[in-house]
Ligand binder design. Structure first.
Ligand code: HSE
Length: 298
């Protein structure tokens, strides 16, 4: 039997929702696996020359973790068709983890609920925001109370993203190490208010609230020195028509928000914005729709 899953790219944080907000994007990795005598991995597309193809591969590690969790023993041959750029803040590692867990679940026949897949993926990733959006799709809000939880919220109205993809990668570890241990009460209160506005705006489809909410003081100001062109990139996206621009996850990619009556209209507008700013130095600019389905089994 061949197991086949498709997992979306994701953008975490969305500005003020540090380690809490996630948005699934219509750009995908597709993973396939069959039971085999020994572990093998083939990769095509993004990361084909850089990602590991031994047992340190993220998809294989996640499959093995699932097998250990449910008490299944075996190996598999794995194929990855990667559409998500690696190490740029678009959730490539979350996609690999979620893909590996779902492949493992299909091969082991364990039929774990999606909530359990999300918990296991959060443990492996170390933070829940990307994996929540990868598993459930749409807009997700995460919290922890000893265990990770996620609420999926249907974005109201039409959404699309303009992606200003950096030529260079940035490790999440380096970007997390750049954060201070504490922030001021003023900055915490500022960001809490903006996060509430943003979540309300996405849920209600209110572009005025989204525009006001896309500002952060918990992580972006401490990471900007790692991405010297960030100010010019944000300005270019907003001047071209995005309603706001934030770091995608820990960066270095920048995501511009576009809203309209429907997802199709928003994608048309995002394409126009991307065309206007395609000239940015050191960045490849393109439009993406949002994904409302999350990881799917084929
Ligand atoms: N919330 C995480 C961070 C996302 O900002 O470090 C990393 O993709």
């Amino acid at each position: 039997m061949t197991a086949r899953v498709r997992v979306p790219a994701t953008s975490a944080n969305l500005g003020p929702g540090y380690d809490a907000f996630g948005l699934a994007l219509a750009l995908y990795d597709v993973f396939e696996a069959e039971p085999a005598e020994r572990w093998t991995v083939e990769i095509t597309g993004e990361g084909e020359d850089a990602l590991r193809t031994d047992e340190g591969n993220e998809v294989v590690r996640s499959m093995r973790h699932l097998f250990d969790t449910v008490g299944y023993s075996g190996a598999a041959s794995v194929r990855c068709e990667n559409g998500i750029p690696v190490g740029r803040g678009l959730g490539s590692s979350a996609a690999a983890i979620v893909g590996g867990l779902l492949l493992g679940d299909l091969i082991a026949g364990s039929e774990l609920p999606r909530e359990r897949i999300f918990e296991l993926a959060s443990e492996l990733e170390g933070h829940p925001d990307n994996v929540a959006a990868a598993v459930f799709g749409g807009f997700t809000v995460c919290w922890q109370d000893g265990a990770p939880h996620a609420a999926r919220v249907e974005p109201g109205g039409g959404f699309a993203a303009v992606i200003a993809l950096s030529d260079t990668a940035l490790s999440t570890t380096e970007a997390r190490d750049a954060l201070p241990d504490t922030v001021s009460h003023v900055d915490a209160a500022f960001t809490a208010g903006r996060a509430g506005l943003l979540a309300a705006g996405i849920t209600l489809g209110r572009s005025d609230l989204v525009a006001a909410g896309l500002v952060d003081r918990l992580h972006e100001p401490f990471r900007e020195h790692l991405m010297p062109d960030i100010g010019a990139t944000r300005d270019a996206l907003v001047s071209a028509g995005a309603i706001g621009a934030v770091l995608s996850g820990a960066g270095p990619t920048v995501l511009g928000f576009v809203m309209a009556e429907s997802d199709d209209d928003a994608l048309d507008e995002a394409l126009r914005v991307a065309t206007r700013v395609a000239e940015l130095r050191g960045r490849h600019v393109f439009a993406l729709g949002i994904d409302r389905d999350g990881a799917t089994i084929h």
